[in-house]
Design a protein around this ligand. Structure first.
Ligand SMILES: [Mg+2]
Length: 199
């Protein structure tokens, strides 16, 4: 008898959840102008590498400026459109946005896991093999709340983040991607063993 139970291959796909502001592009306070969208160097090729490794790429962004009336839904759509123009075609599979105010109780606003759970439902995502990359501690906490390990990037607000609970802290999105792709199997295999020994 094998020491570990053999699991059938999961038909579910792993995903990398991606914060937008300060992670994929320069942090602009309440960005509502598509002209201000500036994607960090190496983001496009990194996203393509993530997809080539078999992950779905899912944007998850808090936009409380909408609840505050600082950003209109149309502004948001034009900024998103500009971001897509600046990235290689089809390198993002989907995007989820939370317009809720930061002080309002919300099941979707990060650090709540709502957007990840919605995406998991819609795309049949295996959260146990997924990741989140973001520049704020709430991105990492969102991952923890959904059972997804996180990588903190030291761009945007990441320069001042604590990085508590992050699996890794990277200087850039490109470095976060390189680390993720070389540690994915190791981290998730270790987690599987921890789960099986906890039973
Ligand atoms: Mg951010």
């Amino acid at each position: 008898m094998p020491e570990f139970e053999m699991h059938p291959v999961s038909p579910k796909l792993p995903a990398v959840f991606l914060d937008r502001d300060g992670t994929l592009m320069e942090e602009v306070c309440y960005c509502r102008d598509p002209e201000l969208v500036s994607v960090f160097e190496g983001v496009g090729e990194s996203l393509m590498a993530i997809k080539a490794a078999g992950f779905l790429t899912i944007l998850v962004t808090n936009q409380s400026g909408i609840a505050k009336g600082v950003i209109s839904p149309t502004d948001y759509a034009s900024v998103h459109e500009r971001l897509l123009q600046l990235l290689p075609e089809n390198c993002l599979d989907d995007s989820f946005m939370c317009p809720d105010a930061s002080e309002a109780p919300s099941p979707r606003r990060k650090p709540a896991p709502g957007m990840l759970l919605e995406a998991a439902e819609q795309w049949n995502i295996d959260l146990q093999r997924s990741w989140i990359i973001g520049d704020k501690d709430i991105d990492i906490a969102c991952g923890v709340n959904a059972g997804v390990p996180g990588i903190l990037v030291r761009t945007g607000h990441g320069r001042h983040a604590l990085g508590e609970g992050a699996r890794h802290v990277a200087e850039s999105f490109r470095e976060a991607t390189t680390w993720l792709l070389s540690h994915h199997v190791e981290v998730h295999f270790q987690t599987d063993i921890e789960r099986s020994t906890r039973r």
